[in-house]
Design a protein around this ligand. Structure first.
Ligand code: ADP
Ligand code: MG
Length: 690
């Protein structure tokens, strides 16, 4: 009776035995509402309490499990306010005392002669074995908390391992067998995976650690399989769509390349070649360009934009923030105006009349290249013939956005640029549906940015250095400590710092940039810095991406320990963009082990990929994956680094299945189709299953 099984699994846990409204609320905090939620809420780790030890053999300081019969239960009150409960058990080889303080109720849990198990840290005192506050359990119930591999769950305040474990035990026994299998039988057989019910049981209450690992592998595979299925479908959809075939290169592109004050790097040429091929083909381009900070992505983007314009179409470039959009606009204007190609900027801060006029030039097709924020395609902007969308630092151009454009009658080529170096191990998981181009070569003449981390006691010296560089004609950034919780506090900190520095260095012109400033103020400040009217820019992380002022050669980062590695790398990328030698001084105090390691890595290398790999090692893939920038669902069981072989396997199987049944419409794949749809739900509608 499948209908009843489903109903059972979606049952509200409030009505389970021993839960009730209060605990249900606590469980709700963990995202646990139904029986199915519980079944898939897996332990954080396991403790092996399966090895029972004879009391004579247990050693001081070890965590051990002992069993025996209760030979004494006593309670003493050595002083007011202190109650000590002692329960002695004996196994023939010795006696072990469980000790509890001010937990008088404990004594009622034990009676003489009862067979019990204790688990905890052994203290050997005066020849006696003592365990402070042991986990305990009757030997004749089936040993849930001791004498086995014990699951330890990630819990919240007010929930306790013992209770939760007991609840889970009941749920696993009562419901796991009703779990419906989604993974095709044929794949399961071929890869020798256990059934879903068994895997879930073994994740919670494994016989031994091998059984747990086998279960984990099966569930990790399944998770990666659905993820890759989603990506495979995306890739497939893109292939089937009809796009624009752009013309072969004409005089505009030739003029663009000839007008550059430098020659393209080999990497830039190669990537442009890849884009050319995509753009000239009628199939919509879906390409990601990965290039470290400063590798010269802007020129590549400009090339693509001009190609679209030259073919008689329109192109849009979108950036995540106004500052960055404006930066791109200015860069492109500088590159393209001399060639007679007009570039327009559409921003939220345009006046009404001006906005209406701008929208009209876009709608009429007069404006060929438009730069703006994401709002460019979201709001009521209409293009005459849009054939290319370039996005910067938005790792995924979602299906939803594509659908939006398609509804307006466009099926543009899409080019996504990112400076976030994704370790190669991860990029397959994240970008399995995209074609990837890598700009793996820096423009010539770039020395590494000399990087030092110093204690706050060296601050004076650091600022003296900044001062001298500015006096010598360079410019510099000062980055304020990160205050993540509050943009207001962060803005205040930046303001204070600017005021302090202005009074300390009255001979320098010091500007201020933070997220709470009005757009025009920000623009004015950036422009003044770009023009060299300001020597120093005190800023929050709003300068993190994209800002390109080649004359800036020094960066001082205050409270550098508060930033993550990726962020420090991005920040540092603001200097070292011109011919002059550049410096980055990281001021940090009170370092944790990990914090110290981060700063060391920054000192050692400027290679974005190396830094990303280190970052991944330090933070773990959970957090890396959890950033959501990538727009993919979270992984709960799989670890894309450790499970790389499994990922390969999942990818092969997924692409093979999509080959056979592109839309997963055959009846035996219905459950898979639903699962993939649900997995990608709420991720910007990456996949539609309607
Ligand atoms: P990013 O990849 O970080 O966006 P940019 O496109 O802003 O990098 O380029 C960084 C700087 O390098 C810019 O000042 C740009 O003019 C310059 N640049 C780009 N390509 C080359 C090249 N082939 N040779 C020399 N300089 C280049
Ligand atoms: Mg850039």
């Amino acid at each position: 009776m499948p209908a009843r099984d489903v109903a059972d699994l979606s049952r509200d846990i409030q009505y389970l035995k021993g839960v009730g409204p209060a605990r249900a609320r606590l469980l709700g905090k963990l995202g646990l509402h139904t029986v199915a939620d519980l079944l898939f809420y897996f332990p954080r780790r396991y403790e092996d309490r399966s090895q029972l030890k004879a009391m004579a053999l247990v050693r001081d300081g070890e965590i051990s499990t002992v069993q025996g019969k209760v030979v004494e239960v006593s309670e003493v009150k050595p002083r007011p306010g202190l109650i000590v409960t002692r329960v002695a058990i004996s196994d023939g080889s010795g006696t072990a005392f469980g000790i509890w303080f001010n937990q008088s109720f404990i004594k009622d849990r034990f009676r003489l002669g009862q067979a019990v198990v204790f688990n905890g840290r052994i203290e050997r005192r005066y020849g006696q074995v003592q365990i402070n506050k042991p986990e305990y359990e009757d030997l004749d119930d089936d040993s849930l908390h001791t004498g086995r591999i014990v699951p330890i769950y990630p819990l919240t305040e007010g929930l306790f391992q013992r209770q939760f474990r007991a609840l889970m035990k009941g749920v696993v026994e009562g419901y796991a067998s009703f779990l419906g299998e989604v993974l095709p039988e044929e794949i399961r057989q071929r890869l020798a995976f256990s059934g879903l019910s068994q895997a879930v049981r073994d994740m919670h209450f494994p016989r031994d650690l091998q059984a747990q690992e086998a279960a984990r592998r099966r569930l990790a595979f399944e998770e990666l399989f659905y993820l890759q299925l989603g990506l495979a479908r995306l890739k497939r959809q893109a292939v089937e769509e009809e796009g624009t075939a752009h013309r072969s290169d004409g005089p505009w592109l030739k003029a663009l390349v000839e007008s550059l004050p430098f020659s393209l790097t080999e990497a830039q040429k190669r990537v442009i070649g890849e884009i050319r091929q995509d753009m000239e083909s009628p199939r919509p381009m879906n390409r990601l360009i990965q290039g470290d900070v400063g590798s010269g992505k802007t020129v590549v983007a400009a090339w693509a934009l001009v190609k679209a314009a030259e073919s008689g179409f329109q192109a849009a470039l979108m950036a995540p923030t106004e500052i960055l959009a404006e930066q791109h606009f200015l860069n492109l204007k500088g590159l393209l105006s001399p060639l007679g190609i007009t570039v327009g900027f559409l921003t939220g801060s345009l006046g009404r009349a001006e906005r209406i006029r701008r929208l009209e030039t876009i709608r009429s097709g007069e404006l060929k290249i438009v730069v703006g924020t994401q709002a460019l395609i979201q709001e009521g902007v209409e293009f005459a013939r849009l054939s290319l969308v370039v996005t910067d630092e938005q790792h995924r151009f979602g299906v939803q956005q594509r659908a939006l454009l398609r509804a307006k009658g466009y099926s543009p080529d899409v080019l996504v640029m990112t400076a976030t170096p994704i370790p190669r191990t991860l990029s397959m998981t994240l970008y399995g549906d995209l074609d990837v181009s890598i700009l793996d070569e820096m423009p010539p003449g770039r020395g590494p940015v000399e990087t030092y981390w110093r204690r706050a006691s060296a601050r004076k010296k650091a600022y003296r250095f900044l001062h001298d560089q500015v006096k010598a004609g360079r410019q510099g950034y000062v980055v304020c400590p990160l205050i993540e919780e509050s943009e207001r506090l962060q803005a205040e900190a930046a303001t204070d710092l600017a005021i302090r520095l202005r009074s300390e260095f009255p001979d320098l012109r010091i500007g201020l940039l933070h997220g709470r400033m009005r757009t025009e103020e920000k623009e004015e400040t950036m422009e003044a810095f770009r023009q060299g009217h300001l020597g120093v820019l005190v800023s929050t992380t709003v300068i993190e991406v994209g800002v390109d002022v080649p004359n800036a050669t020094v960066m001082v980062v205050e409270g550098a320990n508060r930033f993550g590695l990726a962020q420090l790398h991005q920040l540092r990328g603001r200097v070292g963009r011109g011919r002059e030698k550049s410096y980055c001084i990281l001021l940090a105090e009170g370092l944790t082990e990990e914090g110290r390691r981060r700063l060391e890595v920054m000192q050692e290398t400027g290679d974005g990929f190396a830094i990303a790999e280190e970052d991944l090692k330090l933070r773990g893939p959970g957090e890396f994956f959890g950033t959501r920038q990538h727009g993919l669902p979270d992984l709960r069981v799989a670890d894309p680094i450790r499970d790389l072989p499994l990922l390969d396997l999942a990818r092969q199987e997924a692409f093979r299945l999509i080959e056979r049944d592109p839309n997963l419409t055959s009846p035996e794949h219905r459950a898979i189709r639903e699962r993939v749809g649900r997995l990608f739900q709420g991720q910007g509608g990456l996949i539609s299953v309607s």
